[in-house]
Design a protein around this ligand. Structure first.
Ligand code: SAH
Length: 482
């Protein structure tokens, strides 16, 4: 046994070692979008290489079963390779797939969902044929409604803003991000010019000195309302009147000629902690309100700097329409929307349901959700603050097992649902479960749990919320077997 293992190790070591230059055909893509090649059966991951490429790469690190190599040169280019839109696409950690055609990105995302459902969920191909084609974006650029630009200095000590390079905190200078709203260019330039003129310092993470940490922007793409929020390591911004005046007079570019933008909120977020977390808890308004509003369909949402709101509004509309379609509400149903955030899906469904109950762990989000129900004059919604896996089982016990739902919507964070929650959902016996997921692996695990306990996967669909990125959203409908 030991001999065999040694022999295998020797074989693997012999295939390649650190600093070797190797030629690889890229035959697959990993979960982070990286290229996968095989050298005599030994797997090498190559960032920035694309399926279909033949590349020359330098081996960086070898482990027993696989290793990592750095792309040196593309020898034969993949048929899926396209020129990245953005000049800093390779350095910047924001996008991972800009060098890949959008069609191939979609195919890869669908495949990722399918393979998780098969491998982790144990669903057969036939069942996953229930999947409709992915909801794709018409234009996979300039779609994000929220940006967080870190501010710092470059090697020459010049003030810059941009995005973090992958897995590091060094800033890649870029104010023309290919997936952010174009108005960011003018906003960031204005903020940097103001800082230079008034000698306002950028935050230095290592020393925990300096003032401006991040520039956060949010755009209501359907209302044209814009928020600019400076995250500062301090209590005040010097010359804040001048700052407001400058920002208010800057001319913002819309997505097209018809989009008129206006700054509705300029604020400061106070974050004096030595932390990676971008936002602190306190917000000070310098101009206008502490929030902006946006609409999805007929519903208006109030969005504050701290609340979670989907970043791709056009795709969100498609996703929520699908949720509404899957729930197929007739008007007399009770719906539980678990992991409801600021009540986005809850309000959308309340248009057609008798009653919606939302559960969310972040107290501010619950406040926003209640406020959103008020703004939209909806009184058939109730929100509960707390962990879904505690609130729902507790209410179920308290009701003596009578807590019922016709439809349950689950929209958990990446780690998926807690088993305690799923157990209670099964006991509540809803006819339908609509599962919205941002991680196909935990989705597959949770669907398997539910399908082993009386539910059947009826249909599903992936939705591309993050063009050029690696994440994929999926929505599934489960029904209780008769
Ligand atoms: N459905 C909303 C939010 C989805 S994001 C929308 O579409 O906008 C997931 C949400 O789950 C976040 O708001 C997060 O704060 C919340 N959350 C995370 N863990 C939770 C838990 N254990 N119980 C309830 N909510 C939780």
């Amino acid at each position: 046994m030991l001999y065999k293992k040694r022999k295998q190790d020797a074989l693997e070591q012999a295939v390649c070692k650190k600093n070797d230059i190797v030629t690889l055909e890229i035959i697959d893509m990993g979960t982070e979008g990286e290229g996968i090649g095989r050298l005599e059966g030994y797997t090498l991951f190559v960032k920035d290489a694309l399926i279909g490429d033949v590349v020359s790469a330098c081996v960086m690190k070898t482990k027993k079963r696989y290793g990592y190599a750095r792309l040196l040169k593309i020898i034969t280019s993949s048929p899926y390779r396209v020129e990245p839109f953005c000049a800093v696409a390779r350095q910047c950690g924001g996008c991972q797939l800009q060098h890949c055609s959008y069609e191939k990105q979609l195919e890869w995302k669908e495949e990722k969902v399918r393979s998780c459902l098969e491998r982790i969920g144990g669903f057969s191909m036939q069942e996953t044929d229930l999947f409709e084609p992915i909801l794709s974006m018409e234009d996979p650029y300039y779609y994000r409604n929220k940006a967080q630009f870190p501010v710092g200095v470059n090697k020459e000590m010049r003030l810059i803003a941009g995005f973090y390079a992958g897995r590091t905190h060094s800033i890649v200078e870029n104010i023309d991000c290919a997936i952010q709203h174009p108005c960011n260019h003018e906003i960031i330039e204005t903020v940097l010019a103001f800082m230079r003129e008034y000698k306002i310092t950028a935050y230095n993470e290592k020393e925990h000195t300096g003032l401006v940490r991040h520039i956060l922007t949010r755009v209501g793409v359907n209302t044209g309302e814009v928020m600019v929020c400076l995250v500062i390591n301090g209590e005040e911004l010097p010359q804040s009147d001048a700052f407001v005046k400058r920002l208010r007079s800057c001319k913002l570019n819309g997505l097209n000629r018809n989009q008129k933008l206006h700054i509705k909120s300029i604020c400061l977020n106070i974050n004096r902690e030595k932390t990676n977390v971008i936002l602190g808890e306190m917000v000070k308004v310098l101009f206008g309100q502490s929030y902006i509003e946006d609409t999805i369909g007929n519903i208006t949402y109030r969005i504050s700097p701290l609340s979670f709101y989907q970043v791709n509004p056009l795709q969100t509309k498609k996703l929520y329409d699908t949720a509404l379609n899957y729930a197929d509400l007739q008007g007399n149903e009770v719906v539980w929307d678990l992991y409801c955030g600021i009540g986005t899906i809850s309000l959308f469904l309340a248009q057609k349901a008798k009653k919606v109950c939302g559960v969310e762990i972040v107290p501010q989000a619950v406040e926003d959700a209640r406020e959103n129900a008020k703004i939209n004059k909806m009184d058939n919604i109730e929100f509960f603050a707390g962990a879904a896996e505690e609130v729902v089982p507790a209410r179920y016990e308290k009701s003596g097992g009578r807590l019922a739902a016709d439809v349950v919507v689950l929209d958990p964070p990446r780690k998926g649902c807690d088993e305690k929650l799923l157990q209670t959902v099964v006991r509540m016996e809803p006819k339908k479960i609509v599962y919205v997921s941002c991680d196909p692996a935990t989705l597959a695990r949770d669907l398997r749990y539910l399908c082993d306990r009386g539910y059947e996967l009826k249909k599903g669909r992936a939705c591309d919320m993050f063009g050029q990125g690696i994440h994929v959203e999926t929505i599934c409908l489960l029904m209780r077997e008769a």
